[in-house]
Structures are given as C-alpha cells and as structure tokens.
Design a protein around this ligand. Structure first.
Ligand SMILES: Cc1ncc(COP(=O)(O)O)c(C=O)c1O
Length: 368
C-alpha cells in the first residue's frame, strides 16, 4: 500500500523541456544536484541520458558518487569542485569535471600533468561567492609547467542577476569575463537557466555550455510562471495529497494550532494529508492556495507536521479526493510568491517520505 500523498513526476514533460531548451547553439548541461531539485536524482538522470543529454552537473562529490555507482557514465560537472586532494584525484579518474575556484585546489594539479577531463576554472565576475579573480587566473597560467592544461580547459562564471534580463549587472559580468577569456579562446560556460532562456551570452560569439537546472523541471528562474511560456516549458512535478476528513465549522469558530483562522461564515473544512514534514511549507499557513477538483481553495489555519486544513465551503468534494498542492494548473511559483520564497526552495524541500511516482517514461513512449 502506498501513501496517496505523492509527487508525480512527468517524465514526458522533462523530455519536452529538454527539447525546448536545446537551441542548437549551446551545449546543455543538466543540473541534477539536490536530488534533481527534489524530483529524484537517479531516475531523472537516467531519463535525461536516455533522451540524449550528454553532460550532467551536481554540487558535491557525494552526488557524483551516487550517479557513478548507479551506472551513469556521462561526464559529470561538479559545481562546487573538490574539497580535498583525494576528491580531485577521484574526479579526474572518473570522468567528473571539477569546477576549480580556489588557490588550494590549484595546488592539487601536478605540474606538467595532462588530464583526460577538462579542468573548469570558475571566474568571479561579481557574484562574489566562488571563483578566481582574473589576476589569479593569469598568474596561474603564466607558469609554463601548467601550459598543457590550456589545451583542455573551460572558463566559467555564474550570473548574479540573470533572472531579471533588464539588469545591467549581467552585461558587466559578461564584459569582465570576455576581457579575461580573450587571453585563452577556450570553451566557455556562462549561463544558468535564466541566462540561457534570456540568451544573455548570445553576443559572446562563442557557444556556451549552459548549466540549466530549474527550467528543466518546468519552473521559472525568476519565480514568475509567465516566463515559462516563452519556451513552452511545463512543470514536471505535481504534488498531490488526499482529503482525509471533512467537518462543518460554525461562524466564529477557529481552526488548527493557535486558532489562527476564524470562520467568518459557517464553513466546510477539509483536512488534507500533507504537512511540513513532507516539505509543504509552513509559511503557507493562512496564505497558500490548493486545487480541489479544479477549484482554488485557501489554506485556513496553520500548516502542521502532517496535515493542512482548507476551506471547501463552495467546492463539491469528498474524503479521498486528491488535492493539487502544486503542478501545471496550480503553479509552484504562485505559492512561493505568496509565501515570500522561491520555487527552487519549494521543490527541493519535498521530503523523502513523499513517494515519487514516475509517469510516461521514455521506453514506454518509444513503444508507441
Ligand atoms: C554554478 C551553478 N550553475 C548553474 C546552476 C543552475 O541554476 P538554475 O537552476 O537557475 O538553472 C547553479 C544552481 O545553483 C549553480 O550554482
């Protein structure tokens, strides 16, 4: 018996999103860190590989281990790089591309060594989180014993404000990057999802390794669902939970912990089997919206560990009906906005106790 609280993962939507993001100009790197943004890393990685994605990216070596141990052989870019010399050695032996960003990591590169994998060098062009300054890069490569690395390297940077294409800071970052890059002429990686869909690197005159995460999953990088239609992207995850109880609550009675919501009319309240232990945000208390039989209903009272309560006074429904917390018809962006957070946080927090049900896998599609 499986719990009816479930995250449905539509693999056809994932494949569709890959197609829509693949503009033929840049090489897509599919970011599957953080359990593929909550969608289930292994199943998503397998599906991506089956539909032709050539490179994956994770944050840490542990995630790369998990992929390798499950038989994924594609190159894996490790975005936060190795945190110890042994990690660096493991990566270069296992077709994992280290994104280097600190002086200490440079010390792990033996002089005159030729690597089978490209070494990635992250440049800090203004994000000020990780990366080398242009001077540090130039100083490193001025050393003749590292000359060979230039033949198989990627220069990368990360946008700070790409979610707003009007923000001039992205152009400043590109300009700084270009100035350094002209000394190398090597492959580049600039764009995340926002940079990619807004084509911010298109003026660079060179193909970009685009590191796309959130848009693969049909979520908007700027937390505004409208932007998804520009590329016809569709949400991959639908989070659902059943109504497990219903009751009448009289005018002026309260609902839930702290009695933070009081009925302003005689109301019908449905209790739904999902709570913050499932990753449904507690901040949605008294402000979230869910869909019941296609009709929007407000969350009333506090989100508790395993349950929420919703006002279904005007909505025909019964115990057992599946409520949509977010998905195609109730976008996670709207919920995230209402709660003052972002869709990235909502999807990555769906907890392990919520089963992921994978729909429309590639092999079934192929048989059609
Ligand atoms: C260095 C780097 N590149 C790419 C990504 C993917 O970003 P997005 O999910 O916005 O596409 C991330 C995400 O955090 C990142 O840290």
């Amino acid at each position: 018996m499986q719990r009816k609280t479930v995250a449905e993962i539509d693999l056809a939507a994932l494949r569709h999103n890959v197609q829509c993001l693949d503009d033929g100009k840049s090489t897509l790197i599919a970011v599957v860190k953080a359990n593929a943004y909550g969608h289930g890393m292994l199943r998503i990685a397998e599906e991506l590989v089956q539909c032709g994605v050539k490179i994956l990216a994770v944050a840490f070596i542990d995630e790369a281990h998990t992929l390798r141990n499950s038989g994924i052989t594609q190159p894996i870019l490790v975005l936060e790089g190795p945190l110890a010399r042994a990690e660096f050695d493991w990566m270069v032996m296992h077709n994992c591309w280290p994104m280097l960003h600190s002086q200490e990591q440079l010390d792990w590169i033996s002089p005159h060594r030729v690597f089978d994998v490209p070494l990635w060098f992250k440049v800090d062009t203004g994000m000020h989180r990780l990366g080398f300054s242009a001077d540090e890069i130039m100083t490193f490569f001025a050393q003749p014993q590292y000359a060979k690395i230039k033949e198989n390297m990627v220069l990368a940077t990360h946008f700070a404000c790409a979610d707003n294409p009007e923000d001039p800071f992205s152009q400043q970052q590109i300009d700084a990057f270009r100035e350094l890059h002209q000394n190398f002429g090597c492959p580049i990686s600039i764009s995340n999802s926002a940079g990619h869909i807004h084509e911010l690197a298109s003026g660079f005159g060179q193909s970009d390794y685009a590191r796309v995460g959130i848009t693969l999953y049909g979520c908007a990088p700027n937390n505004q669902a409208e932007v998804l239609s520009t590329r016809d992207l569709h949400p991959v995850m639908t989070l659902k939970a059943p109504i497990i109880a219903m009751r009448e609550v009289a005018h002026s009675e309260g609902v839930g912990y702290g009695q933070t919501w009081t009925a302003t009319r005689d109301s019908t309240i449905a209790t739904v089997a999902i709570g913050y232990a499932d990753g449904y945000p507690r901040h949605a208390s008294n402000c979230g919206r869910v869909l019941v039989n296609g009709i929007t209903c407000p969350i009333v009272g506090r989100v508790s560990m395993d349950m929420i309560t919703i006002d279904v006074t005007d909505v025909p429904c019964n115990i057992g009906d599946q409520v949509v917390l977010w998905g195609e018809s109730n976008r996670v962006e709207h919920i995230a906005n209402a709660m003052g957070t972002i869709n990235y946080e909502c999807v990555t927090r769906v907890s392990e106790r919520v089963p992921r049900n994978y729909l429309n896998p590639y092999c079934i599609d192929k048989k059609k």
